[in-house]
Design a protein around this ligand. Structure first.
Ligand SMILES: *[C@@H]1O[C@H](CO)[C@@H](O)[C@H](O)[C@H]1NC(C)=O
Ligand SMILES: *[C@@H]1O[C@H](CO)[C@@H](O)[C@H](O)[C@H]1NC(C)=O
Ligand SMILES: *[C@@H]1O[C@H](CO)[C@@H](O)[C@H](O)[C@H]1NC(C)=O
Length: 193
């Protein structure tokens, strides 16, 4: 019993020590590094996709990047929730990574609109429909991560996180509309035929 009590005390001290240490923040910073890397790869894969004669594999690679970004956003959101409030320094580091990824994502959203004809003319159909789903899931996961961050950051930094991400949901709309109308067009073409 004495031993049990001592063990219990040691355990509580260790637990208190854990919540005070930077473990949670290191995890979130690692999530954000992963996010920045995946967003950069997603963007590069779209930029490199040729306007004609692209390969199905390259298109599927873009889909795979989108899927990993969605997973990372969801993981990052739950890690942020589990960690709670960070220090100002950590918030600043997270903010600059978030700003960098937002601007890369905005670029990708314009490029994926431009590359639409290249995806439409691939030898297998269904890629534009897959991208529509990816864009909707990316929008949802981005908004989810943004809202989790905003609900967690220090009160003095809420505006710093809110402003650069204010239009993130709206930024997806032109790409989502473009890919939605593709599907409507091809359905119309089918019913005419
Ligand atoms: C695309 O492929 C077609 C058929 O293989 C070929 O005739 C055409 O030159 C190619 N276009 C480009 C830009 O590579
Ligand atoms: C947050 O925003 C305020 C007001 O614009 C600015 O003075 C401050 O430097 C920002 N902090 C960070 C960490 O970016
Ligand atoms: C949107 O994201 C939230 C988490 O932020 C998740 O609970 C929900 O299932 C998602 N909805 C869709 C349609 O993916």
């Amino acid at each position: 019993m004495v031993q049990f009590t001592r063990y219990f005390v040691v355990l509580s001290v260790a637990t208190g020590g854990l919540s005070a240490c930077k473990c949670g923040v290191a995890t979130i910073e690692a999530d954000i590094d992963t996010l920045v890397r995946q967003v950069t790869a997603f963007d590069a894969a779209i930029v490199e996709f040729p306007p004609t004669n692209g390969s199905v594999n390259d298109a599927l690679a873009i889909h795979a990047y989108a899927t990993s970004i969605i997973n990372t956003l969801n993981t990052a959101a739950s890690d942020v929730e589990a960690t709670g409030e960070f220090s100002e320094d950590d918030d600043t580091a997270i903010l600059s990574a978030v700003e960098a990824s937002v601007s890369t994502v905005l670029g990708s959203l314009l490029e994926i609109i431009d590359k639409k004809p290249g995806f439409e003319t691939l030898p297998i159909c269904g890629i534009p429909a897959l991208f529509l789903q990816d864009l909707q899931n990316l929008q949802n996961a981005s908004v989810g991560f943004r809202n989790t961050l905003i609900s967690t950051v220090l009160a003095t930094l809420v505006a710093n996180f809110t402003d650069p991400t204010n239009n993130i949901a709206a930024a997806f709309e032109p790409a989502i509309t473009t890919y939605s109308s593709l599907i409507i067009l091809s359905t119309a073409a089918q019913s005419e035929a």
